[in-house]
Design a protein around this ligand. Sequence first.
Ligand code: ADP
Ligand code: MG
Length: 287
Amino acid sequence: MAPILEIKDLTHVYSAGTPFEHTALNHVSFSVERGEFIGIIGHTGSGKSTLMQHMNGLLKPTSGSVVLDGKDIWSDKILTRQARFRVGLVFQYPEYQLFEETVYKDIAFGPKNMGLDAKEIDRRVRESADFVGVTPEQLEVSPFDLSGGQKRRVAIAGVIAMEPEVLILDEPTAGLDPIGRAEILENIERYRKAKNATIMMVSHSMNDVARLTDRLLVMNHAELAMDAVPGEVFRRTDELLEMGLDIPDVTRVFLRLRELGLPVEPIYTMEQAISALRQLKEGAAHA
Ligand code: ADP
Ligand code: MG
C-alpha cells in the first residue's frame, strides 16, 4: 500500500517577490505510513506550523507536492477539497477560532461543510463531544463561557467530528496545566486506536514525543534536519542542543550516570530507565 502521505521536495516562500519574502520550508521530503504516530519538533520559527498547514491543503506549496493516498492534492479541485476532510488540522491555540453561538454549532461546523445530513451531523457532534469529555449540557452554552482547557477540547472535537484519517495537531497541549495536558494526550491516543488513524503532532515536550511517537521529524531553519525513531534522534544530543532543542529528562539523567562511570546505555523513556536500573541492580547483586 502507498504511504498515507508523501511530501516531495516541498518549498514554501511567504510573500514572494516582496521585501518580506521568507522561505519557511526549503526542499522538505518525507513520507508517513498509515497508522504511524509522528512527532514534529524544532525551534520557534523553524517551519513546523507552515509544514502542518500544507498537509490538508490549507497552504499551497510554492514548489513540490503533497501526495495523499497516492494522489497529489493539488492536481484536481475535488482532491484538494477532500484533503480538508481526510486530514484534520488542529491549529496552535485552536480555541481562538471558536466563533459560533453554541458549542454544538462550533463542533458541527466541519461536518456541515462536508455536506452530511442533519442526523449524521448530530451523531458526530454528540459522539466527538463525548469523546473529548464535553458534556451534553455544555453543548448548549456559548464557547466563550468555557474555561481555556474546555475550549481546547471543543476545538479538537470539531476536527475529530470530521473523522479524519490523519489527525494533525499543532502544539495541542501548549498553555494547559498538567491535568489538561494529560487529558488531551489521552484523547489523541484514544482517537488513534478507535479510528486506526495516523497522527502528526507538533510538540515542545521532548518527554511527550519520546513516550508517544513512532518517529520524529526535526525541523531546523526551514529544513528537515532529522527523520528517525526517537531513540536515534535523542542519541544525537549535541546536534539537538545546537538547534536549540532539548532531550527528555530521563535521557539527561542517564547521560550523567554514564559520565559518572555507570554501565548504562542511552535511553529516552521512563520505562527504559526503570528496566535499565533494574538490570543494574541485578548486576550489583551478582557481583
Ligand atoms: P514554527 O511553527 O516552527 O514556529 P512557522 O511555520 O510558524 O514556524 O514560521 C516559519 C517562518 O515563517 C518564521 O520565520 C515565521 O516568521 C514565518 N512566517 C510564518 N507565517 C508567516 C506569514 N503568514 N507571512 C510571512 N512569514 C510567515
Ligand atoms: Mg508553530
